[in-house]
Design a protein around this ligand. Structure first.
Ligand code: SF4
Length: 335
């Protein structure tokens, strides 16, 4: 364990107070709902993306509190999340808001156990909400914190293994101070984002370099072997008739409730003109999306015709939105 933990946490908290980014919108609020939204958004999306496209501020304008979110239509919720991916996060946020209304009379819970019991809220998110909104001395371990702790401790086990995760949480718990956990945890996260970066960490300007025990930080953290990338082709239709477009509503968990271009087998699209081709990634899949123009298509199960005017308001995964834009632009350019 780190020597003189108290001075370590004070040093990090003090560094954050003087050097940390205080202007981020989720750092100017102590509203637990707003903090929860930011934490869930930032789970698989970079700060710069969340900020540059206004996802966080737009979400809070549309759903300023748990009551508004709890009562919203699922399609509205998914639409506001469009482009962020991992749509179960949006659905879980709404379920969490509904649980606050139903189980806590609309008042956000204030104990770590109750926060943790909300749908979609794991140990990290509960710790972040309790620390950043409620000021509780709760530990947090996200990817940035895991990297910083692994390097500080010169930890040579996979940080994503069961024993590695357990060890990191133990260290995080031992280090979090009873007072001012807000600045300490914020400092730990920001250190990982700005100084103790995955590649080429700036050890020379690191505020806690005196505590760091590793010689080769670039080699840490160690991670389990990644799943192999699988390449696949996807054949979809661009079917427009009488001002309407045929779309498929995803019934499956990952994109459930979102609309996309209807998929067909390679045999079914044989001979159809190719209207667009593009690549996208989802988890460990690298997909080449082929879009074919077709006339006289018939709607199948989970498919429906929508007016072209309504297209912009329907929730749609980004790859299909981009594919549609490409197809429509190419039609506009045709002589
Ligand atoms: S000294 Fe370098 S490796 Fe160690 S915590 Fe600081 S930035 Fe990371």
């Amino acid at each position: 364990m780190l020597e003189d933990r108290e001075r370590f946490s004070q040093t990090l908290a003090s560094w954050f107070k003087h050097e940390g980014r205080q202007d981020l919108p989720w750092r100017t609020t102590r509203d637990p709902y707003a903090i929860l939204v930011s934490e869930v958004m930032l789970q698989q999306t970079q700060v710069v993306t969340v900020l540059s496209r206004g996802y966080y501020t737009n979400w809070l304008e549309k759903f300023p509190d748990v009551a508004t979110l709890a009562a919203a239509k699922e399609e509205e919720v998914l639409k506001m999340w469009e482009g962020l991916g991992y749509y179960s996060r949006a659905r879980n946020l709404q379920k969490a808001a509904q649980a606050v209304i139903e189980n806590h009379d609309g008042i956000f819970p204030t104990s770590p156990e109750e926060v943790r019991a909300l749908p979609g809220v794991g140990r990290y998110t509960a710790g972040a909400v309790c620390c950043f909104a409620l000021g509780l001395p709760e530990p947090i371990v996200d990817a940035n914190v895991a990297r910083v702790l692994a390097r500080l401790m010169d930890f040579h086990q996979p940080v994503d293994s069961t024993s590695g995760i357990k060890q990191l949480w133990e260290w995080a718990t031992e280090c979090v101070p009873e007072t001012d956990s807000y600045h300490y945890n914020s400092g730990l996260m920001e250190l990982g984002q700005r100084i103790c970066k995955p590649k080429a960490p700036d050890c020379g300007i690191c505020p806690v370099k005196n505590w760091c025990t590793c010689d080769s930080p670039e080699k840490l953290p160690i991670k389990k072997e990644r799943r192999k990338t699988i390449h696949r082709d996807e054949h979809s239709l661009y079917a427009v008739s009488e001002g309407k477009i045929l779309l498929h509503r995803e019934p499956e968990r990952r994109r459930q409730g979102l609309w996309r271009l209807p998929e067909r087998t390679s045999n079914e699209i044989a001979g159809l003109p190719l209207a667009a081709k593009m690549k996208y990634s989802i988890t460990h899949y690298r997909v080449t999306l082929h879009v074919y123009e077709i006339t006289g298509a018939k709607a199948r199960e989970d498919e429906a015709w929508h007016s072209l005017e309504s297209l912009a308001s329907l929730p749609m995964p980004s790859p299909y939105r981009r594919a549609l834009e490409t197809v429509q632009e190419s039609f506009l350019l045709q002589p």
